[in-house]
Design a protein around this ligand. Structure first.
Ligand code: NAD
Length: 417
């Protein structure tokens, strides 16, 4: 029977990795249990004077390797179960790229699209007041996630400094605007990291990157930047999509022209040129290509469509785009899936640079960020690849073994296991 909740799915994967690492039942239980689940109702005054109480969460999954780290999402469906799964994934992700953080996640359950800017600021500040005693540069460092922006991070930092008597604490949160303690390169970091990983994968596969046909689902921050990096490096972008639908052209698409169309007409689907046809989002995933990059939503590769996927490589820029059922089918078809915990870890890696710059007072250049990101992503890919060569059945399992192995090692040093 398919595992139903995101946390149950994570547990299935985790259990296989823990079995492979020969952890005892007691040790397994220890890692499967989040260290802290904080839940509160935060009270916010709306513009019409009424007051609402919004369910808010901060799950601190594991901090063996360093301060808890993970984004805060504002979403009507944010709930404890989802936040718990995402927190656990963050713990594995930070360990896969070997940066000194643990894993956490936060959420507020409401629809931010129905809130004014003033009200959003009130939510952001109320969240920090609610969980402030559990946050801090060396304790738990949040970041943006779905529907939370650099501006919201700035309000959160300001509130944290305010409730701590004016303490200077830029590293209490990342994803801030450049003018208020942000890092250069954060906006492109996830795509840049995924690009480095893909290039290294193709090298390991003895494949030339030139002319590889790529389909990208989602033309937002991560997918849009990815399209530019790939186009510049000689890949052929044959398909892209956004929430309104997709376009496909065997002759390849120019991301700069698509940017213009999106800006002027609101969607990639309005792009018109010879040989370009519009397709539904579902159909786009199944069209011929060498590399498929889901960069929008979770669960888009599932038991319904897995058998019809034609790509040879899937790079998971989105979080959780492949269900375990699809994973099994894709594996049987010989399709290589680079999992989210490796492929999209460039974002949290540059967040680490931001945290570190905040602590030291330094400001890195674009080149410094790019070089260091390249070094970290290549090391992570190589560690995972080595694990795969040792017999892990997939890159996903290999990444889990690397990440979990590092966490367990530290938990043992600390005497927690
Ligand atoms: P974004 O909001 O900037 O872009 C999302 C894109 O997906 C938009 O183009 C949107 O139109 C499109 N989209 C929405 N619904 C769609 C649908 N049904 N079909 C096709 N496209 C659809 O978000 P983002 O920051 O680029 O994040 C995308 C994914 O990458 C998410 O899963 C996110 O968790 C993951 N991710 C992002 C970062 C980051 O730093 N931005 C880091 C790690 C993981």
């Amino acid at each position: 029977m398919p595992a139903s909740t995101p946390y149950e799915r994570f547990t299935v994967l985790l259990t296989s990795a823990m079995d492979a690492l020969q952890l005892t039942d007691a040790e397994q239980k220890l890692f499967q249990t989040p260290q802290h689940i904080h839940k509160k109702k935060i009270s916010v005054t709306r513009d019409d004077g009424s007051t609402v109480e919004l369910p808010a969460f901060r799950v601190q999954y594991n901090n063996a390797r360093g301060p808890y780290k993970g984004g805060i999402r504002f979403h009507p469906e944010a709930n404890e179960e989802e936040v718990k799964a995402l927190a656990a994934l963050m713990a594995v992700k930070t360990a896969v790229v070997d940066i000194p953080f643990g894993g956490a996640k936060g959420g507020v359950q409401f629809n931010p699209k129905e809130y004014s800017k003033k009200e959003l600021q009130a939510v952001a500040r109320a969240y920090v007041r609610a969980f402030g005693e559990h946050l801090g540069p060396d304790i738990d460092c949040p970041a943006p996630d779905v529907n939370t922006t650099p501006e919201i991070m700035a309000w959160m930092r300001d509130e944290f400094e305010k409730i701590n008597n004016g303490l200077y604490a830029p590293s209490m949160i990342t994803g801030k605007p450049l003018s208020f303690g942000g890092s250069r390169g954060r906006d492109k970091a996830t795509a840049r990291g995924a690009f480095f990983v893909l290039e290294e994968l193709l090298k390991a596969e003895n494949q030339d990157s030139d002319g590889q046909r790529v389909i990208i689902q989602g033309f937002g921050n991560a997918g849009g930047h990815m399209a530019h990096f790939l186009h510049k490096a000689g890949y052929a972008i044959v398909g892209v999509s956004d929430s309104k639908g997709g376009i496909y052209s065997e002759d390849g698409l120019d991301p700069s022209e698509i940017d213009l169309t999106k800006e002027e007409k609101g969607s990639v689907t309005a792009y018109e040129a010879k040989g370009v046809r519009t397709v539904t989002n579902e159909a786009l995933l199944e069209l011929p290509c060498d590399i498929l990059i889901p960069a929008a939503l979770d669960n888009v590769l599932n038991e319904e469509n897995a058998d019809r996927i034609q790509a040879r490589y899937i790079i998971e820029v989105a979080n959780g785009p492949t269900t375990p059922e699809a994973d099994a089918v894709l594996g049987k078809k010989g399709i290589i899936v680079v999992p989210d915990v490796l492929a999209n870890a460039g974002g949290v890696t540059v967040s680490y640079f931001e945290w570190s710059q905040g602590k030291s007072g330094e400001q890195w250049t674009d080149t410094q960020v790019d070089d260091e990101l390249n070094r970290i992503m290549l090391n992570a890919f190589r560690a995972v690849h080595e694990q795969k060569l040792k017999g892990a059945p997939s890159y996903r399992m290999a990444a889990f073994l690397v990440g979990l192995g590092r966490i367990v090692e530290t938990m043992k040093v600390r005497g927690w296991m």
